[in-house]
Design a protein around this ligand. Structure first.
Ligand SMILES: *Cc1c(COP(=O)(O)O)cnc(C)c1O
Length: 392
C-alpha cells in the first residue's frame, strides 16, 4: 500500500521537533548541528528572535488579503530589494520554481512585445531551476524530465563553462540565457567571474536577456548580497527564493525596467505571492542580511570554515578531495560515496546535504557562531573516523 505521503522523497529517519540557531533537536533530546539549513533556506538559523517577532506580529494583525489590494510589507520588501540591487521592479512568488516560471515568461514576452521571433533560452547541463514543466525543461537532465513529456520546448542545453559552445550558440535569435552563478544541486560548481563577465558581453553583443538563478547562491550566501556582485556584472532578470524567506515560503523575480516591460497589468499573477506573512519575514531578513557589516561577518566566518575544512581534508585525504564554492556555500568533493558521508554525519550529530558530482554540501546559517563552525568540523572529523573504522 502506498504511504499516505506521496513517496517522492527517500527520507532520513530523523524527526526534529525544535530548532534554535544552528541546532535542531529530536523528540528524545538528541541535538544536531545543522549544516544544511533546510537547503540554504534558514539563512539566519532556526527561530531567530527578530524573525519570530516579525512573523507573530504580522500573524496577529493580518495574514492574507490578495494582490487585488496594496500590501505594505510587500512594498517595503520590494523597495529594499530595488534599493540594494540592479533591479527596478520585483514580483513575489512562493518558491524558486515559480520564480523560474515568471523569468521564462518575462523573457519571452519581452521579445513578443518587440515583435521579434525570439523564444529560445540557453541553459546549462547540471543546472537546477525547479520541478515545474518549465523548470525541468530548463535543466533538461533525464533524471528530472524522463516520463514527463511533452516538455516545454525552447531550451538549448550547453555544458556549464563551455565558452566556445556558448559563443557558437549565441545569436540574435536567442531570447535569454539562464544560469546559476554557482550550481547548487549540480555540486557547488561556481562559474568563474571571467565566464560570467564573458556571458554578459555575449548577451550585450546579441541583445540576449541574462537571467541569473540566485535561488540558492543569493541572499548573502556567498558573502555578497547576490553572487553576481563578485563578478561586477548585472543581470536583466534574477530569480530569488530560499534564503529570502528565512524559512517562510517566499520567492521573487527581480528585473530591470526594460526586461520587465512586457509584463503589464493582467499578464501574470499569484494568489499567495507576496502575502503579508511572507513579506513581513522577508523584509526583516533583508534588514539583517542586506547590512554590509553582516556580510563582512559572513566572509570572515567563511574564511574560518574553509580553513578548518582544508584541515579536515588534510587529515582524511583518502575520503575527501577538495573543498569548493564561495562564502558559506561550500562543497566537499568526496572520494567515497557522498551519501555515506552524509549518513556518517547523522550518527555524529551533524546534518549535511548531498549534491551531484559526489559532493557533500555545507550550507550553514549565515550567522553560525564561530564555536559552532568548530563543532561542525569536529563532528565531520568524527564522521570520517567512524567511516574508516567501518571500512577497516
Ligand atoms: C531550490 C532551487 C530552485 C527551486 O526552488 P523551489 O523553492 O524548490 O521551488 C530553483 N533554482 C535553484 C538554483 C535552486 O537551488
Amino acid at each position: 500500500m502506498i504511504a499516505s505521503i506521496l513517496p517522492t522523497y527517500s527520507r532520513a529517519p530523523l524527526t526534529f521537533t525544535s530548532g534554535a540557531g544552528s541546532w535542531l533537536t529530536e523528540a528524545d533530546g538528541r541535538r544536531f548541528l545543522d549544516l544544511g539549513a533546510g537547503i540554504a533556506v534558514n539563512a539566519l538559523g532556526h527561530a531567530h528572535p527578530a524573525l519570530v517577532e516579525a512573523l507573530t506580529e504580522q500573524a496577529s494583525a493580518l495574514w492574507h488579503v490578495s494582490n487585488l489590494y496594496n500590501i505594505p510589507t510587500q512594498q517595503k520588501l520590494a523597495d529594499a530589494l530595488v534599493d540594494k540591487t540592479f533591479a527596478d521592479t520585483v514580483f513575489f512568488t512562493n518558491s524558486g520554481t515559480e520564480a523560474c516560471e515568471l523569468a521564462v515568461k518575462m523573457a519571452r514576452k519581452y521579445w513578443f512585445e518587440k515583435g521579434e521571433d525570439r523564444t529560445e533560452i540557453i541553459t546549462f547541463n547540471g543546472s537546477f531551476h525547479g520541478r515545474s514543466s518549465a523548470g525541468i525543461a530548463a535543466a533538461g537532465s533525464e533524471k528530472m524530465t524522463k516520463g514527463f513529456g511533452p516538455l516545454l520546448p525552447g531550451f538549448t542545453h550547453l555544458d556549464f563553462g563551455d565558452h566556445d559552445a556558448l559563443t557558437a550558440a549565441a545569436s540574435n535569435k536567442i531570447a535569454a540565457i539562464m544560469v546559476e552563478p554557482i550550481q547548487g544541486e549540480g555540486g557547488i560548481r561556481p562559474l568563474p567571474d571571467a565566464c560570467l563577465k564573458g556571458l554578459r558581453d555575449l548577451c550585450d553583443t546579441h541583445g540576449i536577456l541574462m537571467i541569473l538563478d540566485e535561488v540558492q547562491c543569493g541572499m548573502g550566501r556567498t558573502g555578497k548580497l547576490f553572487a553576481h556582485e563578485w563578478a561586477g556584472v548585472i543581470p536583466d532578470i534574477m530569480m530569488v527564493a530560499k534564503g529570502i524567506g528565512g524559512g517562510f515560503p517566499l520567492g521573487a523575480v527581480l528585473a530591470t525596467e526594460n526586461a520587465a516591460s512586457g509584463m503589464t497589468a493582467g499578464t501574470h499573477g499569484s494568489t499567495y505571492g507576496g502575502n503579508p506573512l511572507a513579506c513581513a519575514v522577508g523584509a526583516k531578513v533583508m534588514d539583517i542580511v542586506g547590512d554590509e557589516a553582516f556580510l563582512a561577518e559572513v566572509n570572515r566566518k567563511a574564511g574560518l570554515f574553509r580553513q578548518r575544512l582544508e584541515g579536515l581534508i588534510a587529515a582524511h585525504p583518502d575520503l575527501f578531495e577538495a573543498v569548493r564554492g564561495s562564502g558559506l556555500m561550500l562543497g566537499l568533493k568526496c572520494k567515497v560515496a557522498n551519501t555515506d558521508v552524509v549518513q556518517a554525519g547523522y550518527a555524529e550529530g551533524v546534518l549535511t546535504v548531498p549534491a551531484a558530482d559526489n559532493v557533500v554540501r555545507l550550507l550553514p546559517a549565515l550567522n553560525i557562531p564561530d564555536e559552532d563552525i568548530g563543532a561542525a568540523v569536529d563532528r565531520l572529523d568524527a564522521a570520517a573516523h567512524q567511516m574508516r573504522r567501518a571500512n577497516a
